[in-house]
Every structure is written in structure tokens, then in C-alpha cells.
Design a protein around this ligand. Structure first.
Ligand code: C2E
Ligand code: MG
Ligand code: MG
Length: 315
């Protein structure tokens, strides 16, 4: 496995335990291969009982996902990004939701990896871009919208065109759109990825590094591309106040941001104690259940109205 190229996966079935004829052995080796692939490829798996049931469940999820695109069962919800010093909403992150006819709301953490595996994320991602830009046009002109991008969308080659077309169709100015990517995208150090990132930034959209601190957190990523924003992963925010190490990490990311002229956003802010700690460290933006969960767009507009009334009362 040490020498397996990144695209190779191996499934193994052994006679006589996994089958007595060629057909059955091949079928079970294939199921084991499927398991190896879903373990992130470049690995091997032996056949195990239960793989069949898991493969069936997975196949039905794939079919349901394809159907959901046709049926329009996806929704975007929006979670506020709050300017900590000004105490006001500066934008919203769009978060994908799947309203399954039987199972109810399904989390993106569950279906996005599957949509990536079967390539459906490209069409789904284009829908998200169009929808988020169009909805943001209903908000005040100084409120931004953030859209998450999957690394798979960068392999499709027409990502830049999809962004241009979402902006053109909605009429949203590019500076109001933020695109969030994660460190995994930069792992490969691919020149095509960097070229796409630069092409996107040249459109005038803002680029954010999401979940910072969870991957390799290599500082070379920050030198390889001029990000406009770094989002500190919620695992560091969760411990703030109680854990001096987490506080030291947040402090250094904030000073890094100040030095590089990059906005620093803390994800997953749940308590007042976390917020006051972030404020003391000079963190620019916060996002989390303390402010609001992701809400449907109808509620976004009332959230913004309520905020305007509140600021008018304070003034
Ligand atoms: P993310 O981009 O890091 O989004 C933040 C996630 O943290 C969201 O989960 C949000 O609901 C959750 N969150 C926000 N505040 C808090 C908090 O105070 N406490 C806790 N415990 N959680 C909080 P969600 O909506 O389940 O999304 C999960 C991930 O799925 C996202 O992580 C993002 O990577 C991905 N995702 C969501 N929508 C899209 C999309 O349209 N396209 C792509 N490619 N990925 C998406
Ligand atoms: Mg995000
Ligand atoms: Mg995040």
C-alpha cells in the first residue's frame, strides 16, 4: 500500500470463506473494493459480512440524491457573520440543506461527500451559487453572502464560468460574494487550482480559508494565495476561556491576520464567554449559535430588520 498510486484501491476476497465460485468471489472482492474507495482510496480492504448491506444503503442514497436534484429538494439556509466590534451583521454563510421526503432534513456532512464521489456536487454547487447570489440581492447592499466550494468543483474546469454566470444572472456585485475553500484543496499544490483561485479573485470576489487549524495549517498555504479571510475552526473556539492553549492559538491567528491584512472570523461561537474572549483578542468576526443558527431566507430578512431597529434605538 506504501507504493499505491493515489488513484488505486484494492478489494480482496478469499476462498473458501468469502465464496466458493468465481462469481461470488468477484462480487465480494468488488464490495471490498467499494469499501476501500469509501475509506478515501489508496488503500485495501478485505471482504466483511455487512459490506453488502452498506453498499445497498449507499447506492440508494446516491439514487435519492440524483432524484433530489430533479425534484428541487435542496434548500439554502443562511447563518449570520457578525462584525464583533460594530456588533452588526456583515454577511451570511449559505449552508445547504436536503429536505428528504421520508427522513426529514439531512445534514450536508452526510450527503456532500456522496455528492462529491458521484460528481453530482458540480451541478449542485452551481445551483448553490446561483441561488445564493439571487437571494443575496434581496438583502441590503452592504451585506455579503458566503458560498462553500468543494475541491471537486475545482477539478471540473468550468467553476470560474459558473461564478461569472451566477453573478451576471443575479446582478450581485462580485465584492459581495465570498467563496470558502478548505486546506485540503491546497494539499495537492496543483498549479491548476492556484490558477483557478487567482482567476476567481480577479473577478473581484473575496476568498476565505474555511476550518483553519484542522488540516495541515501550513503557513505556506497563506503565502501561496492571498486570502481575504481566515475562518478559525470551531474546535479552537469551543475551548476558549477554559483552555489557555486554545486562547494562545486564537491570539496568534488574529495577529497573523492583522499582519497579513486578512479578516479573521471565529466559527462556532456558542457562549458569551467565548465572544468576550474573542473580542479581547481583537478577532474581527464571529459566527455561531450564540448569534443565530442557519435560517431560511425569509427569516434572514426579518433578522436584518430587527437589527436595524435595534441599532436605531441605541443611536
Ligand atoms: P462549514 O462551512 O464549516 O459550516 C459551518 C458549520 O458549522 C455548519 O454546519 C453550521 O451549521 C455549523 N455551526 C455554525 N455555528 C455553530 C455553533 O455555534 N456550534 C456548532 N456546533 N455548529 C455550528 P452544516 O450546515 O451542517 O454544514 C457542515 C459543512 O457542510 C460545512 O461546514 C461545509 O463544509 C459543508 N457545506 C454546507 N453547505 C455546503 C455547500 O453548499 N457546498 C459545499 N461544497 N459544502 C457545503
Ligand atoms: Mg464554510
Ligand atoms: Mg467551517
Amino acid at each position: 500500500v506504501g507504493v499505491l498510486p493515489s488513484y488505486a484501491s484494492i478489494g480482496i476476497a478469499v476462498a473458501p470463506t468469502d465464496g466458493l465460485d468465481l462469481d461470488q468471489l468477484l462480487r465480494n472482492a468488488d464490495l471490498a473494493l467499494y469499501g476501500a474507495k469509501s475509506d478515501g482510496r489508496r488503500t485495501y480492504r478485505f471482504f466483511e459480512a455487512g459490506m453488502d448491506a452498506r453498499a445497498k444503503a449507499r447506492r440508494s442514497l446516491e439514487l435519492e440524491l440524483r432524484q433530489a436534484i430533479v425534484d428541487g429538494s435542496f434548500e439554502l439556509h443562511y447563518q449570520p457573520l457578525v462584525d464583533i466590534a460594530a456588533n452588526r451583521i456583515s454577511g451570511f454563510e449559505s449552508l445547504l440543506r436536503w429536505r428528504h421526503p421520508q427522513k426529514g432534513m439531512i445534514s450536508p456532512a452526510e450527503f456532500i461527500p456522496v455528492a462529491e464521489d458521484i460528481g453530482l456536487i458540480v451541478a449542485l454547487g452551481e445551483w448553490v451559487l446561483r441561488e445564493a447570489c439571487a437571494e443575496a440581492m434581496k438583502w441590503p447592499a452592504d451585506v455579503k453572502v458566503a458560498v462553500n466550494l468543494s475541491p471537486v468543483q475545482f477539478r471540473s474546469r468550468n467553476l470560474v464560468q459558473a461564478v461569472i454566470s451566477a453573478l451576471a444572472h443575479s446582478g450581485l456585485p462580485a465584492r459581495r460574494l465570498e467563496l470558502e475553500i478548505t486546506e485540503t484543496l491546497l494539499l495537492e499544490k496543483s498549479s491548476q487550482v492556484l490558477a483557478t483561485l487567482h482567476a476567481l479573485r480577479a473577478l473581484g470576489v473575496r476568498m476565505s480559508m474555511d476550518d483553519f487549524g484542522t488540516g495541515y495549517s501550513s503557513l505556506s498555504y497563506l503565502r501561496s494565495f492571498p486570502f481575504d479571510k481566515i475562518k478559525i475552526d470551531q474546535s479552537f473556539v469551543r475551548d476558549l476561556g477554559a483552555n489557555p492553549d486554545a486562547q494562545a492559538i486564537v491570539r496568534s491567528i488574529v495577529s497573523l491576520g492583522v499582519g497579513l491584512g486578512v479578516t479573521i472570523t471565529a466559527e462556532g461561537v456558542e457562549t458569551e464567554a467565548e465572544l468576550s474572549c474573542l473580542r479581547a483578542e481583537g478577532c474581527h468576526e464571529g459566527q455561531g449559535f450564540l448569534f443565530s443558527r442557519a435560517r431560511p431566507n425569509a427569516e434572514v430578512i426579518s433578522l436584518l430588520k430587527a437589527q436595524r431597529v435595534a441599532t436605531a434605538l441605541v443611536a
